[in-house]
Design a protein around this ligand. Structure first.
Ligand SMILES: NC(=O)C1=CN([C@@H]2O[C@H](COP(=O)(O)OP(=O)(O)OC[C@H]3O[C@@H](n4cnc5c(N)ncnc54)[C@H](OP(=O)(O)O)[C@@H]3O)[C@@H](O)[C@H]2O)[C@@H](O)CC1
Ligand SMILES: Nc1ncnc2c1ncn2[C@@H]1O[C@H](COP(=O)(O)OP(=O)(O)O)[C@@H](O)[C@H]1O
Ligand SMILES: [K+]
Length: 525
């Protein structure tokens, strides 16, 4: 599992080493790690000697890291330039840079365009303007330089610790920001690199160890991300004596005469994700289509048989089908069954949901939900608000509803009601396609039906996460988001990285689960 921390947690972990006079050692390690990554990236494109690098250096320690890194690179034969943006610079960093033969220029309001054009043609730009000490975003000439460079599409941008202008704690972005291809982050991943819009500016994230990692192990991460080995461990395993009922039965109230496709996709995805059986509850027109695609499913009208979990809401429209969703929800509450609450069912929430109800809104649906909650103070929340501060709003929704909330997006965030957050980003932008969310709901429903006992009573992989039982549902939802994202990536790779349909995502689900299980079996302790 990858853990991400706030800027303050990182600073607290650094403090004892700073107090004992080891600040310079930390900076040396950070800068050396940064230089190594830059050199590797450049070498994958061309010869290092003679390649050009510009470091954009602010006046704080982030600028210091950048200048020391550029000094290393100068000694390896790169042509190095520093643009000092604050009229002053980290003194030791600048001295090392000059001693290594680096050239320095000062940014002024009058030379922004000129310097932008000058360095945009370089083989690499290091963004060391602001790090964890930033208050707000870039200002004045620095902001103009970042905006101008962004327009000029530089060849390769490596961010020092985090892209400047990004809030290390939240992923909130103060524009303009120069998008990085790679972010080299020090000591611990910053939470802002695992939540949008920040993650979208950071490119690939590489962690450099600087000696504070042991101290961070004792901190509660701000955000967690499951790696493939974690997912392999958490995925349900049928066991030799399994039968279809022991595997887990999912009840699905989805679709409607108008949106029948949502039922077709949800039911089929659930079957492919390993549900022992799927009971579909809905109108005849939708059921005929569901059974044509998934003859393995059962159609039940108004008194469905026993299930281990429910999926409610995808494509649900019209009073009749809403009523079925309401009834299934009431029955789930009475029997303490877990529920995926998607799309149309998000308007049917009880006063207070249990943590084993997992809401799956996209940003627009979360905005509507929050605006409708009396406990949110009757403030209107817009889709733009949610997209600008997804970490904040997913936590708020989970806290106010009591449910686990999975907020879909390029990076999908899942919050437990107590605020434990998982972040998964395994998909491709081609997954932004109609029906993709219905497939996710089906996968999550199937995993819930198979895993309820595990989540509640397991003393293995779920217990090993060290979470309170109520927070484990968020881990399960993160597993589903990751399987869904990986299925999209795999399916797109089948088409040389080309576009996807929801059906193509769905078809790749068994292969993803199979390969995650196989990898886990090969590498398990
Ligand atoms: N601690 C350590 O030993 C280690 C730290 N490390 C590195 O240090 C980084 C943190 O360094 P930091 O604390 O110096 O803060 P940093 O992000 O460089 O910026 C603060 C400076 O910028 C200024 N400033 C603030 N906001 C601004 C704005 N909006 N626009 C313009 N200016 C603004 C602010 O000045 P002020 O406004 O307060 O006058 C201050 O001078 C961290 O990300 C990592 O890279 C690693 O080397 C490992 C060891
Ligand atoms: N840009 C993106 N990159 C990766 N995944 C995305 C992106 N946009 C959307 N997704 C994923 O695709 C799915 C879309 O779901 P949703 O918005 O409910 O679509 P629909 O209602 O059409 O099924 C979600 O799982 C989401 O995480
Ligand atoms: K930076």
């Amino acid at each position: 599992m990858i853990s991400a921390f706030t800027g303050q947690q990182i600073r607290d972990a650094e403090q004892p080493l700073l107090d004992s006079g080891e600040g310079a050692v930390l900076m040396h390690r950070a800068a050396y790690g940064l230089a190594q990554v830059v050199a590797r990236e450049v070498k994958s494109r061309r010869k290092l000697a003679g390649a050009s690098v510009t470091v954009l250096a602010g006046k704080g320690n982030n600028g210091g890291d950048g200048l020391f890194a550029a000094a290393f690179l100068a000694r390896r034969g790169m042509r190095t330039m520093a643009i000092l943006t604050a009229g002053e610079a980290h003194p030791e960093g600048l001295a090392a840079f000059v001693a290594a033969g680096g050239r320095q220029l000062s940014l002024e309001a009058a030379n922004v365009e000129e310097l932008a054009v000058l360095c945009a043609g370089d083989d690499v730009i290091i963004d060391a303007l602001l790090g964890t000490g930033a208050r707000g975003g870039l200002r004045g000439a620095s902001a103009e330089l970042a905006a101008a460079l962004q327009e000029l599409h530089p060849r390769l941008v490596v961010a020092c610790d985090l892209p400047s202008g990004l809030d290390a704690n939240t992923g909130v972005v103060h524009w303009p920001v120069l998008d990085a291809d790679v972010t080299v982050t020090f000591g611990g991943v910053k939470a802002g690199l695992m939540a949008d819009p920040g993650e979208g500016c950071a490119g690939r994230v590489e962690l450099v160890r600087i000696g504070i990692e042991d101290a961070l192990e004792h901190c509660r991460p701000e955000i967690r991300r499951l790696a493939s080995s974690d997912i392999g461990a958490l995925l349900p395993d049928p066991g030799r004596r399994a039968h279809k009922y022991s595997r887990g039965v999912l009840g699905v109230v989805a679709g409607s005469p108008r949106f029948a496709g949502a039922a077709v996709l949800g039911v089929h995805a659930a079957a492919l994700a390993g549900a022992g059986m799927v009971r579909y509850v809905g109108p005849r027109e939708a059921a005929q289509l569901v059974l044509a695609r998934t003859p393995e499913a059962l159609w039940e009208t108004d008194h469905p048989g026993r299930v281990q979990a429910w999926l409610l809401g995808s494509g649900v429209d019209g009073e009749e089908q809403l009523e079925r969703a309401r009834n299934a929800g009431a029955s789930a509450l009475a029997h303490e069954l877990p529920v995926v609450v998607d799309a149309g069912a998000l308007s049917l929430l009880p006063q207070r949901c249990p943590a084993h109800w997992i809401l799956t809104p996209h940003a627009g649906e979360l905005a509507t939900l929050l605006t409708s909650l009396p406990s949110a103070g009757e403030v209107e929340v817009t889709r733009d608000d949610v997209e600008s501060r997804p970490l904040h709003y997913v936590r708020q929704a989970a806290e106010l509803t009591g449910a686990t909330v999975l907020l879909k997006g390029a990076t999908t965030l899942v919050s437990s009601p107590s605020g434990v957050v998982f972040s998964q980003s395994d998909g491709t932008a081609w997954m932004a396609t109609a029906g993709s969310g219905d497939v996710l709901a089906g996968v999550l429903g199937a995993l819930l039906a198979q895993s309820t006992e595990l989540v509640r009573h397991d003393d293995g992989a779920y217990a090993a996460l060290g979470l309170d039982p109520a927070d484990r549902w968020a881990a399960l939802a993160a597993v589903a988001a990751s399987v869904h994202g990986r299925a999209g990536t795999l399916a797109s790779a089948d088409f040389e990285g080309g576009p996807l349909t929801a059906s193509a995502i769905m078809r790749a689900v068994p292969r993803v689960i199979g390969s995650l299980n196989a990898e886990y079996d090969r590498t398990r302790p």
